[in-house]
Design a protein around this ligand. Sequence first.
Ligand SMILES: Cc1ncc(C[n+]2csc(CCOP(=O)(O)OP(=O)(O)O)c2C)c(N)n1
Ligand SMILES: [Mg+2]
Length: 892
Amino acid sequence: MAEAQTDGLEVLETREWVDSLDYVLSKGGPERAGRLLQQLSLHARREAGVNLPFTATTPYQNTIPTAQQPPFPGSQEMERRIKSLVRWNALAMVVRANKKQEGIGGHISTFASSATLYEVAFNHFFRAQTPDGDRDIVYFQGHATPGMYSRAYLEGRFPKEKLQNFRRELAEGGGLSSYPHPWLMPDFWEFPTVSMGLGPLQAIYHARFIRYLENRGLKQAKDGRVWAFMGDGEMDEPESLGSITLASREKLDNLIFVINCNLQRLDGPVRGNGKIIQELEAIFRGAGWNVIKVIWGSDWDNLIRNDRDGLLVRRLGEVTDGQYQKFFVESGAYFRQNLFGTDPRLLKMVEHLSDDQLSRMRLGGHDPLKVHAAYRAAVDHKGAPTVILAKTIKGYGLGEAGEGKNITHQQKKLNEEELRTFRSRFGIPIPDEGLHDAPFYRPPDDSPEIQYMKERRKSLGGFMPQRKVRSKPINPPNAAHFEEFDKGTEGREVSTTMVFVRLLAKLLRDPEIGKLIVPIIPDEARTFGMEALFRQVGIYSSVGQLYEPVDMATLLYYKEAKDGQILEEGITEAGSMSSFIAAGTAYANHGINTIPFFIYYSMFGFQRIGDLIWAAGDMRCRGFLVGGTAGRTTLAGEGLQHQDGHSHVLALSVPNLRAYDPAFAYEIAVIIRDGIKRMYVDQESIFYYLTVTNEPLPMPAMPEGKEVCDGILKGMYRFKASEKKDAKLRAQLFGSGTIMYEVMKAGEILEEKYGVACDIWSVTSYKELYRDGNDCDRWNMLHPTETPKVPYVTHLLKDTPGVLVAASDNMKVLPESISRWMPRNLVALGTDGFGRSEGRAQLRDFFEVDAKHIVLATLHALLREKQIKPEVVKQAVKDLGINPEKANPAIS
Ligand SMILES: Cc1ncc(C[n+]2csc(CCOP(=O)(O)OP(=O)(O)O)c2C)c(N)n1
Ligand SMILES: [Mg+2]
């Protein structure tokens, strides 16, 4: 009895306080009320030590109260009809594709849950062009493509045939790619997002790069926004959340994340035993984002308004996501009993609603009014990025065919009954008898729906998505920048990294292209000897430099500036690569020919962020990836987690990437000069990977002959022909990177001690040679009666005598990949195996790529050709000081 009384008193007391607060709210507005609450909390803490429990979350309700919802600017009814048409054709596209070809795949449920999120944005927010000439950038969720294709079809951008060929791009007339791939649909898609996590990460760096362009005066219009749509399951990818503090630190209010919280991923619930919306709210709030939760639809407005004691919202906050999923697939009676049945007061709140009404209570993410309000608030928000957490149902509208069920992600077939239900639910005018093969449906051009859609897009600057190259080609850069390197260093020892940095510094000073260069470094500038650039061009900082740098008095002080040119990303290769992509695709996205140079530890490139490099290829990204401190034996001391001898093997996999392992200064100059020309003058969709090393070596002058330049680019040229024209024993030695110097040394030993005349070849790119050889083979196979094409390697080695020996600081498989186009067997030396913490000489001995092992390999090859005797080789093993019983580096 006493308990009940206290309870009753408390209720009364609470009500009084709430009434008072309501009064303050009505008189002074939310800001005044907020201040008052803060004062109260301060007071309670000071006077009585009341410690309010820390909470990173807000109650489980919409962030924007109904009273603050702006009026909907369009025709809700018309937009509902349009959305239904988009839904239908998206579904039909997937169902038809799977009828035609079992197992071709496709996703219905992702878009079914996010249709409202997209439609409101398409009709009111996504601006293909802003009034000041800027544009919005949109990262569409990869699995939602059917919705985008369906809309484009209704807009009249695709004929029906294209939709028929969804996921059948090789069909006659072409088709539509499964997911967003600019490589496959270069006029449509801009961002490949389907490798989950890469979209959110890139969106953040893109939004920041836009600010960089603006702060550096390269981009005038400033009104564009970056929108990124993603799944709630996708947020488990470390890339999704890994850089969110960059966005808040940089105050990127041009960035909006929309997370479709359908509570499910592929196998089942995202957080069956928890609440993904609350979890994400805490994370984003903690990171300083503006968080807008869109949980309940308008159907819930009255219930929540009348929930004066917060009983309902508390109950809504208790239920787990797994349980919500069950509520959504169950009947209204079940919903009533299990959600509201825990308290008679809750049951009373819904007694005026029938079971049927209860089961149809819409969620926030399916309600255009709520979604519109959230978008409006997001675009108006200043000083921080916004994330919208929208609660939806996966497979919304599919009913028995999958709505809210665990299997729904994979659902791609509907039987006739299910099609009929869907058709009726969304009012698509297709008669029962026509439903069998899920026909597409598009009202005539002059129908109100099509007119409305088109008018909306027109007022927002045009159709989206749409990819366009917005820049003009640049003029070729001044030849003098590059030609300096032709003469070599006249005996002075420099590393190829130093050569590269010197060239970069010159390019940065160029009056035409200098400003377009974007050096990107993940905290390794000093390792690469690039600190001189700090002072020369400054490090980008959106706020300038708010402190006096500790090394201010030195010449090369750490200079941060608002118009700084270097992107010092900190220790994030993934973030740096995202900046690289933003800069390397600005020629299309923003009409600005920025030329990124991303310089990093080569070990932490392909194997760490290979997926982003692959995405860059898909996006037709331009620029130079520069793998520093490369070479398994050239990077001394660092051991097996640093020493890279396989990035060039991984680079083989990216089709439009040109990969080079240069040995000499002039090779670097020739490659970069040609790269800028091909990418920015000729506008080719390629990008570059260059390894540079930190071993100081004397750089030779470029040999005479037109074929040298050509060879450098094609992957190989003869650096030096032997002067011993009459020698009987002969060898062709191939070297790359720093190991080229071991090859040259081996050549001298072989000539002097063993009477073997050696021609020395520089192989700058096994990848290019491999590509060319395959290309020729393929052509020859397809054209058996025509004069066969001759692979470049075959052509070069046509009349060369002797054994063939290649050595590089990479795995043996690289030279071996081209051996079949050589006139005789190739012996390949390389650095297969785990590295060691050791000095260069020891490492090269260990991996058997030093001069003595090259000599031995050459002699052994001559033995195999029966040109010398085994005893000669045995003696050589001894003379060279090689231990024949040493461990095999490949497996030790
Ligand atoms: C990196 C990566 N891993 C796995 C997948 C395979 N996959 C595709 S969709 C999906 C579930 C997506 O769930 P969610 O992000 O919640 O999106 P929803 O479809 O629910 O909107 C998975 C695991 C992928 N596309 N990318
Ligand atoms: Mg999901």
